[in-house]
Design a binder for this molecule. Structure first.
Ligand SMILES: Nc1nc(=O)c(N)c(NC[C@H](O)[C@H](O)[C@H](O)COP(=O)(O)O)[nH]1
Ligand SMILES: [Zn+2]
Length: 162
């Protein structure tokens, strides 16, 4: 159904709420969906897994773990029709210097057909969007409207919102 997107984005937002607020990142939630059977294969939220992990990264790491492969081999075992829902667009630059999520998504470009985002990344930390590199790789980037205020409130919970 066309309105599945807000359902999955709401699910991603529920995940984001679990993320421990931090001043140096955003609290984000992500959901990986197998479109062929409309099933959630993995969820993730910022800092869910040890280290300075991002929500999208956690989805991929958890799914790779479930499928018994390293994250780098995920592209060989993923179903061919996936969608990634993430409350904030995948990062294309990280102040920590860790591998941006756009790069992680690009590795899976044969499987991930569409990335649904709740908001584009605010310019708090970096001011470039990975939208174009995703689109250049044939991945659609679609805004899911309606949850922006809630998503941003959760995302910036660790920021001194003076
Ligand atoms: N899409 C997305 N998912 C996340 O889970 C997350 N935390 C961010 N946040 C983007 C922000 O730009 C980076 O958090 C800062 O640039 C600091 O970089 P680190 O997170 O320390 O690597 N963005
Ligand atoms: Zn990221």
């Amino acid at each position: 159904k066309a309105d599945d997107h807000s359902g999955y984005m709401q699910l991603a937002l529920d995940e984001a709420r679990k993320s421990p607020p931090k001043a140096t990142n955003f609290c984000v939630g992500a959901v990986l969906v197998d479109l062929s059977c409309n099933r959630v294969l993995a969820t993730g939220y910022t800092l869910e897994l040890p280290g300075n992990t991002h929500a999208e990264q956690c989805c991929f790491m958890k799914l790779a773990d479930q499928l018994g492969v390293p994250e780098e081999r995920l592209k060989d075992v993923l179903p061919s029709e996936m969608a990634l829902y993430t409350t904030v667009e995948p990062c294309s630059k990280r102040l920590s210097g860790n591998l941006p999520c756009v790069e992680r998504v690009l590795r899976l470009a044969d499987s991930i057909k569409t990335v649904y985002v709740g908001v584009m990344e605010p310019e708090t930390f970096v001011n470039n969007s990975g939208k174009k590199s995703l689109q250049d790789a044939g991945i659609s980037v679609v805004r899911v409207q309606g949850l922006e205020a809630e998503i941003l409130k959760v995302a910036t919970a660790g920021h001194n919102n003076t």
